[in-house]
Design a protein around this ligand. Structure first.
Ligand code: ZN
Length: 412
């Protein structure tokens, strides 16, 4: 029987999952371990079981749905993504790779194919940093990138620890048990919407990811001196916001002059104190995100921004303090998985673009413990993390079909 994706079923499942939301449609809000998230997880588990998959959850809530292969001792081939969604997001981010992965498995089952290696659908806990302030929590723990004791210190906005939240969600076991044993996966492939405009602009339906950029995030505090907006004359000022403004432009410039368009830098948060119209800003807090596919270039951009900060601090007599929140190294995709994905596209006569993933994904962390690859499908205008995020039925089905073909090749 030919390999075919049940497009209607996959689309209706994407709609069904989107109905588990704390925001009004078309927006989706699904924060990890909220009652809504737990209901969505239960629904998904039922779909996996109906497909004959053996489902288990680890202590962090990562879900594994396994289609047993003929060789029980062989390492598994993994696929999957996340189903948590930031506030006011769309219905495709993470979901296409999760439900697309499930449909890819069912499509293979319908052909009568029997994998040698087990094929496992993974649903990662908390890819989004919304609740615990750190992205890819589940895959960080799985890959050993985040030690259990460091995870235990994380708390949500209400001060509840991960242990408190996950135990209340019914999860058992210790976070120490989450890390996967060496060699658990033979390969891992994540299907995802691009979350950028490249594929749509170039009119190419598939992107085979060759490397995944990784962010470094910093918190910067600028401390000057406050005062009355009328009383303090300009030469006497140590305005923290004016200093921060210079620093923001210096950060932008560090990315612009890195020598490669892959370097991007963003100041996404700027909090001004005391924040009154007639008061000189005494304190500013910035959040900075610097990304690149090349670790040395990213570090050089951060160094340039840091040097600029020192100069601004001296010139404006303000204190600039920088705290590094995280600095994950970028990852290269495994040549064998890139090749398997490329061959699948060629076999089906589909055009594909080798490309860089500028957003980071659970695959970034899976790449540390398994040969990893990613497949992108276009999303309208590159929009993501917003309610009008959209991927076409044709693109979704095509992505799931290429994934199925790739899982077949890798699990032989
Ligand atoms: Zn995602």
């Amino acid at each position: 029987m030919t390999l075919e994706v049940d497009r209607e079923r996959l689309l209706s499942e994407i709609e069904a999952l989107a109905s588990y939301s704390d925001a009004e449609a078309p927006a989706v809000t699904r924060i990890v371990f909220t009652p809504t998230d737990l209901k969505a997880r239960a629904w998904l588990e039922t779909q996996c079981k109906e497909a004959g998959l053996a489902v288990r959850q680890d202590a962090a809530g990562n879900t594994f749905a396994r289609w047993a292969g003929s060789d029980a001792d062989a390492p598994a081939v993994g696929t999957g993504s996340h189903i948590d969604a930031i506030p006011n997001a769309g219905k495709y981010d993470g979901v296409v790779g999760t439900l697309g992965g499930l449909e890819a498995i069912r499509a293979l089952q319908r052909t009568g194919f029997r994998p040698r290696c087990s094929v496992e659908l993974l649903v990662f806990t908390a890819e989004e940093p919304t609740r615990f302030g750190i992205g890819c929590l589940g895959s960080r723990l799985l890959s050993g990138s985040l030690p259990a004791e460091a995870a235990r210190r994380l708390a949500d906005g209400e001060g509840k620890s991960i242990d408190e939240v996950r135990l209340r969600a019914g999860l058992r076991g210790e976070l120490e048990e989450v890390k996967l044993p060496e060699g658990y996966y033979k390969a891992f492939v994540e299907l995802h919407i691009e979350q950028g405009p490249v594929l749509e602009r170039q009119g190419i339906p598939l992107g085979v990811v060759t490397s995944i950029a990784a962010p470094a995030s910093l918190r910067v505090s600028v401390e000057g001196a406050g005062g009355h907006a009328g009383g303090v004359l300009m030469p006497d000022r140590r305005d923290a916001l004016c200093a921060a403004a210079e620093l923001i432009l210096a950060i932008e410039n560090a990315a612009l002059t890195s020598g490669a368009s892959d370097t991007v830098a963003t100041v996404g948060i700027c909090e001004v104190f005391p924040g009154a119209v007639n008061s000189i800003p005494s304190q500013v807090r910035l959040s900075v995100d610097v990304r690149d596919t090349d670790l040395r270039r990213r570090d050089a951009a951060m160094k340039a921004a840091e040097n600029a900060g020192r100069a601004i601090s001296a010139k404006r007599q303000v204190a600039i303090r920088t705290t590094l929140l995280n600095a994950d190294p970028p990852a290269d995709c495994a040549p064998a998985v890139v090749e398997a994905l490329s061959q699948s596209c060629k076999k089906h006569d589909e055009k594909f673009l080798p490309m860089v993933s500028r957003a980071y994904h659970d695959a970034l962390f899976m790449a540390r413990i398994a040969p990893t690859g990613m497949l992108f499908i276009p999303c309208r205008k590159g929009y993501s993390h917003r309610p009008d995020e959209y991927a076409s039925p044709e693109d979704i089905a095509r992505g799931a079909l290429m994934l199925a073909e790739t899982l077949a090749a890798l699990s032989k």
